[in-house]
Design a protein around this ligand. Structure first.
Ligand SMILES: C[S@@+](CC[C@H](N)C(=O)[O-])C[C@H]1O[C@@H](n2cnc3c(N)ncnc32)[C@H](O)[C@@H]1O
Length: 345
């Protein structure tokens, strides 16, 4: 179904029952953001009637309500099925396992690029103690161990038992690495015992980011460094002819999918309150031009379905959105901020 297919728009508008011309156009505007001109609306209606896909009910002139015929409804259903088959080939419908998701993400060019910016900013030296807050399955622990060797230590902390077990398995042979089950809001560490700390896509999930920052400050020595790589989901832009649909999708992600959806922009304000001087803020923008690559990170179909359930998108608009994203040229971008902070004395 294409956005400029007036006949298909009219059929869709009639899905829930009979409407007259003005109401048909209002329904079309609601899902597409645009009204059809009178010529194309009544032209489409006349052609649909000639094909016996719609039929007029009682009424006079343009106030006559029109409804779908059984053939019209069947055509619409066929279209919906073919769209679902198409979307099914492009989008991932099942929620991926958390660890596979993180591994997949870590392998993308984007993640490699911000991980390298973060590593450089961390400036970990041999002999230092580095803390990876929310270390996940241990993705960065071996790189950090290399940076502090010989004689340095790396401590990974995560609140998920599953992540901790996986991180331990992955760093089994590395004597410098220790992985602990713990909460970044109440760290099981001495005051001033850490030289370097990092968070990567963790504060976005924290119940109280200000508290987590204060805790990071407590365990860092004065002059110690905290490097945070956290996204700003409000910066998610997906090219789509109807900008309001794309805005609604992003608004839903920021409001409902991620606990602290705009943490990226807030860190330079929160860090000084927790006793840090902010040395640098480096934006890293991921650009996706392949819909499947974007879907692997953004979960486009399942988050669209959630947006519909939460009332951010209509079912019809979302079906057209997914169809267009699956078939058209694709562009999406989102920015993660790397914030480099130093513990003040
Ligand atoms: C998106 S993952 C990122 C993992 C890792 N930093 C990486 O880049 O692959 C977020 C991680 O933070 C952990 N996490 C979330 N809230 C936490 C908390 N309050 N304390 C400790 N870990 C937490 C989660 O269990 C998860 O492993």
């Amino acid at each position: 179904m294409r956005t400029n297919d007036a006949q298909m728009l009219v059929l869709c508008a009639l899905t829930d029952g009979p409407l007259h011309g003005y109401a048909i156009n209002a329904a079309i505007e609601q899902v597409s953001g645009h009204r059809l001109g009178p010529g194309s609306l009544y032209g489409a209606l006349a052609r649909l009637e000639a094909k016996q896909l719609v039929k007029p009910l009682e009424g006079k002139g343009r106030q006559r309500p029109v409804c779908l015929t059984p053939a019209g409804r069947e055509l619409l259903e066929q279209e919906a099925h073919s769209m679902a088959r198409l979307s099914g080939r492009v989008f991932e419908s099942a929620v991926p396992d958390e660890i596979s998701y993180l591994d997949r993400l870590a392998a993308t060019d984007t993640a490699r690029s911000y991980k390298s910016v973060m590593l450089h900013a961390l400036d970990a030296r041999p002999g230092q103690t580095v803390l990876d807050l929310g270390c996940g399955p241990g993705t960065d622990l071996s790189t950090l161990a290399k940076a502090v060797s010989p004689s340095g230590r790396v401590i990974g902390i995560d609140s998920s038992q599953k992540m901790v077990e996986q991180a331990r398995r992955r760093t089994e042979g590395l004597s410098a690495v220790e992985v602990q089950l713990g909460d970044i809001h109440t760290l099981p560490l001495e005051d001033g015992s850490i030289d370097r700390a990092r968070t990567e896509r963790v504060l976005q999930h924290a119940a109280d980011p200000a508290r987590a920052l204060a805790e990071a400050r407590r365990v860092l020595r004065p002059g110690g460094r905290l490097v945070m790589g956290e996204p700003d989901w409000d910066s998610l832009t997906i090219d789509y002819p109807d900008i309001e649909v794309s805005r609604a999708y992003t608004r839903h992600v920021t409001d409902k999918v991620v606990r602290n959806g705009v943490i990226g922009r807030q860190l330079a304000r929160l860090a000084p309150d927790a006793g840090f001087a902010v040395l640098a803020v480096v934006p890293v923008t991921s650009v996706f031009r392949d819909v499947q690559a974007a879907d692997q990170v953004l979960g486009l179909q399942r988050n669209t379905e959630r947006a519909v359930s939460a009332g951010y998108l209509s079912a019809l608009a979302s079906q057209r959105w997914l169809d267009d994203l699956a078939t058209g040229p694709f562009f999406a971008a989102v920015t993660l901020y790397v914030v480099v902070a130093e513990a003040t004395s």
